[in-house]
Unconditional design. Sequence first.
Length: 432
Amino acid sequence: MNADEQTLIKADKFLLRYMGLGGNFTPFIPERAEGSWLYDASGRRVLDFTSGQMSSVLGHAHPELVATIHEGAGRLDHLLSMMVSKPVVDLAEALAELVPELPRSMFLSTGGESVEAAIRLAKVVTGKWEVVGFAQSYHGSTGAAASATYSIGRRGHGPLMPGAFAIPAPNAFRPRFPGVTWQQELDDSFELLDRQSTGNLAAFVAEPILSTGGVIDLPVGYLAALKAHCERRGMLLIVDEAQTSLGRTGEMFAFERDNVMPDILLLSKTLGAGMAMSSVSTSDAIAEIGYSRGFMFATTHVNDPLPACVALKVLEIIRRDSLVEKAAVLGTRLRRGLQNLMQHYECIGDIRGRGLLLGMEFLPRAGHTGTAISQKVTQVALDLGLSANITGAYTSGVIRLAPPITSTEEEIDFGLNALDTAIGRVVETLGS
Ligand SMILES: Cc1ncc(COP(=O)(O)O)c(C=O)c1O
């Protein structure tokens, strides 16, 4: 038995499993990572086509981030919650430059925390407490965030927050009611919400692309229609860009495509590019009402200087190196490659997403579910040196691809070739 096999056995013995049924640890144990690649102790390398947990948009061990962490840790790491520091104020200013309508920010550690803070702010500001999300959403594992999460993780974890409602996300590939437009579906959903609500609708929490739910992209115009529904009811629109911000979709923020301004904007995974970091940004008006009504959300690591230094550097690198534009170009290359695979393999039903956040949905074939096929494909791909993952915690047959936006064309092509070979091998084993 080699050292990695021993580590996996120990992992099963000593680690608490946290991914639900079927959530086994990956049989590849990275020892170090650099750029888009992960390396195990034997030197075997695997291309990271998920950016870790969708976070490492600049790849791994980016020399400038390494230097920033080193320097920042040596200078000013952590402070009393009410002390401000220059990196934190500079980061808030940098975000305000990017989204002038939402100039007031606070910084936390995780995406789930940012959702918690946003929901508490919305409650205080509106004086109401009902929160609506998409039935395919993922916003985190903590209280209010888990209550607004419907894609996974609800069974056995109740009671969740009272006043949590869901509406279906529009799904162009699998429409709930074929022939019904998304506009009609949205209007009907809100009519149903109005019937269920006790008159306390405070906020809608939305991902612009429902990543965990199966990379479901909201159609152009949807966010604007959603915002209009929220405004009519005095609800705040919270846009959770944990996975979609800072260039990944080919724009700095995914909401920009739709010309809609969220009331509260949440960033997390990509903001720290691998470091625990999240932000909550809002307008002056909402910030002032929140303050006047005693909004409170404090954590040990609120507005910590060290992760703020990292996020500032992440923003600087993305803008300086034109990585937003680069992600758009690489995304087109990846999408074209995946579309070619779809021409070749009839078990691929759909390619969707934006920029470098793409999903590939597998259809049932020869008695195998789409999920089973996608699982086999990711297993074989890993053997071939590619790490890709399945969304929705194994409940849908969608492989999600989110390579770093610093990837090279050669790396994108390596990933496509590995997927081609993996799908070919799996198809051969399916039988008819
Ligand atoms: C859209 C979205 N929001 C929130 C979260 C939760 O973030 P975290 O796991 O950092 O709490 C995630 C994590 O996958 C996410 O994808």
